[in-house]
Design a protein around this ligand. Structure first.
Ligand code: 2P0
Length: 313
């Protein structure tokens, strides 16, 4: 059985766990699924669990652990060979774990003959990686933080497709990687964390209204404010403060401000790495690519748009 799931970018971020074993988040988050980046995963019965990624057998402790969680949740099943093809540039900071764990959850449940609602798949995939809970839905998805395992899952925000685009600017000189899990552990030690939580709760509501109003300028402004707030937590962590930003990240942020002064709709969002994703319209995206290419010729740039939910074949 084969499943394809697309990755997603959070416009309102998940940045902190209330329960690490269950991956219960401290905030509700809201994302846009992207058309360009996805994972295709097939599973078939085997003698023992085995994970092959892009034709290479890799050490996949996380995948094995997740298969065991699925066995606890769905009832025992025979060992599986899992073959995954990632169409997400792994260095692009596009959270390939989101599409990977969503595709794996879809492939395993279909292999077992189960046709579960997406909300239930979302709840299961959350245990593999939090952001995966949002990758079952096309367009915009909301992950409700919930209060326990049963109530923490994502659903579609039934919104029209908008002419929204994301320019992905890949900064190559990445610093030493701090995993999301580790970054979150440090961020919650910031004295500003509680303030970020209450602000995020308001932004989560405001973002839903901005999307339903089809106000891309408001969507961008809220997303940038939320993301910069998240990164400020990293800088102000009491335990081992850090930043994912490099000089190029900062430079892109100031170029985005310049573009806005010129009347171009451009806002930044940044995840657990130095790369910048610029929220804009499909019409303005090529203009932004031209400006960034000119300012920083070494940047790798891609334009992504709203993508589909999980599919099977
Ligand atoms: C997000 N990120 O909402 C946030 C914003 C990165 C920055 O979710 O520990 O790989 O596997 O649950 O889902 C990336 O973290 O973390 C992420 P785990 P995950 O997209």
């Amino acid at each position: 059985m084969k499943a394809t799931a697309h990755t997603n970018i959070a416009l309102i971020k998940y940045w902190g766990k209330k329960n690490t074993e269950l991956n219960l988040p401290t905030t509700s988050s809201l994302s846009l699924t992207l058309d360009k980046f996805y994972t295709t995963t097939s599973v078939e019965p085997a003698n023992h669990d085995r994970f092959i990624l892009n034709d290479q057998v890799v050490d996949a402790t996380r995948v094995h652990r997740f298969l065991d969680i699925l066995r606890q949740q769905l009832g025992d099943f025979t060992p599986l060979q899992v073959i995954s093809e990632n169409h997400v540039p792994t260095s692009a900071g596009l959270a390939s774990s989101a599409s990977a764990f969503a595709a794996l959850t879809g492939a395993v449940t279909h292999e077992l003959g189960m046709d579960l609602p997406k909300e239930e798949l979302s709840r299961l995939a959350r245990r593999g990686s939090g952001s995966a809970s949002r990758s079952f839905f096309g367009n915009f998805a909301m992950w409700h933080k919930g209060i326990d395992d049963a109530s923490s899952f994502a659903e579609s925000l039934n919104a029209p497709e908008l002419p929204i685009a994301l320019v992905v600017a890949e900064v190559c000189d990445a610093p030493k990687k701090i995993t999301s899990t580790e970054g979150m552990k440090r961020a919650i030690t910031s004295p500003n964390y509680d303030r970020w939580l209450s602000k995020s709760a308001n932004q989560f509501i405001d973002m839903q209204h901005a999307i339903l109003d089809q106000d891309i300028d408001k969507i961008g402004a809220l997303a940038e404010d939320n993301a910069l707030g998240m990164h400020a937590l990293n800088l102000t962590a009491t335990r081992s403060p850090f930043t994912y930003f490099t000089d190029k990240t900062q430079l892109i942020l100031s170029l985005i401000q310049d573009m806005r002064h010129q009347g171009i709709l451009a806002y930044a969002t940044i995840d657990a790495g130095p790369n910048v994703k610029i929220i804009t319209t499909t019409q303005e995206a090529p203009k932004i690519v031209t400006i960034l290419n000119h300012a920083i010729p070494s940047l790798k740039l891609e334009i992504a748009q709203s993508g589909p939910g999980i599919s099977y074949d």
